[in-house]
Design a protein. Structure first.
Length: 333
């Protein structure tokens, strides 16, 4: 096999001034070069920092034959990443559309960069849909995808030791970090505190089905083909074992609102198609609006934490969207 180390070094020299770092990681071109050398790449053509990720750093690496994404995790431990990769193995064996990852020449699935970990994934090209452009057809595809995910993972046992984004976990997170939001952005904290305090009174236990929860069913994590089919669901790094209803209402939160107003027709379509794979219990149906309001507050809290991490503009927009949708839902009931 041809040795590409010389072309790679030449490429890195050409792009040595590219800024790939985030505030939490100082990534040098030499670091990228070392990553590239560990895999059986053909000639590297280009690499860029992908936009869209809020927590992790994603670098697109293009070679003459294929494109990859090297994801560097900001917070995840090796154990949590291992469980994510095990899930991806399981999903791909069941023909679920999610990108594969690659092992290096030594058979390692995970790389370490100082105190952070990284994984190389296949880059999936296709059509990215903006939230304002979500159609009924897209909602149908999302409902089917989510229903199929919950169906095929009903016996997947891993994930029970991961942090849960259910009510108990979010309440604890709010108690622990609300002062950070107050200090970082007191103006935003004043706008969202009254609604976020509702989390502290939320009931935690419900007799409804549990299972694998993707927990981030945003349209940004879906890749569509030109024909409108789902090519891939991305971003399983926050999956956990919890209430399946959280996943359903998260999909509704991100895919069935228009200008912060719930489109009931889209919600009904998503739920109807979902139930062609897994029927909701009567109790789940009764709790949909309550869980939807919880998801809105959950993402308002996440917005405040994004501000703490340094992205003020995006964090404020994310938080206020959650509060406005919560207020809108409160008027429905």
């Amino acid at each position: 096999m041809r040795d590409w180390s010389a072309p790679i070094s030449k490429f890195m020299q050409k792009y040595k001034n590219l800024r790939l770092s985030e505030r939490w990681i100082d990534l040098k071109t030499a670091d990228v070069e070392e990553i590239v050398k560990k895999y059986r790449f053909s000639k590297v053509k280009n690499f860029t920092k992908l936009s869209g990720g809020v927590v992790n750093l994603n670098i697109k690496i293009e070679t003459i034959s294929q494109a990859y994404v090297f994801r560097i995790y900001r917070y995840k431990s090796r154990f949590n990443i291992e469980t994510e990769l095990n899930l991806i193995d399981f999903l791909r064996k069941n023909d679920f559309p999610t990108p594969c990852y690659f092992k290096d020449k030594s058979g390692n699935r995970i790389q370490k960069l100082n105190s952070r970990y990284g994984v190389l994934f296949k880059f999936v090209g296709g059509v990215k849909i903006k939230e304002k452009n979500i159609s009924i057809s897209h909602v149908q595809k999302i409902g089917a995808l989510l229903g199929n995910l919950h169906l095929i993972t009903r016996d997947f046992s891993q994930g029970k030791n991961r942090w849960s984004g259910d009510i108990k976990g979010i309440k604890a997170l709010y108690r622990k970090r609300k002062n950070e939001i107050k200090i970082t952005n007191p103006q935003l904290y004043g706008k969202i505190k009254r609604q976020l305090d509702v989390l502290l009174m939320a009931k935690e236990r419900f007799n409804i089905p549990k299972g694998l929860v993707h927990s981030d069913m945003r349209i940004e994590n879906l890749i569509f083909s030109e024909q409108g089919e789902v090519s891939a669901l991305l971003d399983f790094d926050n999956f956990y074992y919890g209430y399946l209803l959280v996943d359903i209402t998260t999909a509704i939160y991100f895919c069935c609102f228009e200008k912060n107003k719930l489109n009931k027709k889209k919600m009904e379509v998503l739920i109807s198609v979902y139930q062609s794979h897994r029927c909701l219990s009567q109790r789940e149906k009764e709790l949909i609006m309550r869980f939807l309001k919880f998801v809105a507050l959950k993402h308002a809290l996440y917005g405040g934490l994004i501000c703490v991490e340094g992205n003020q503009r995006f964090g404020e927009r994310f938080a206020l969207r959650g509060i406005n949708r919560f207020k809108s839902l409160s008027k429905i009931e």
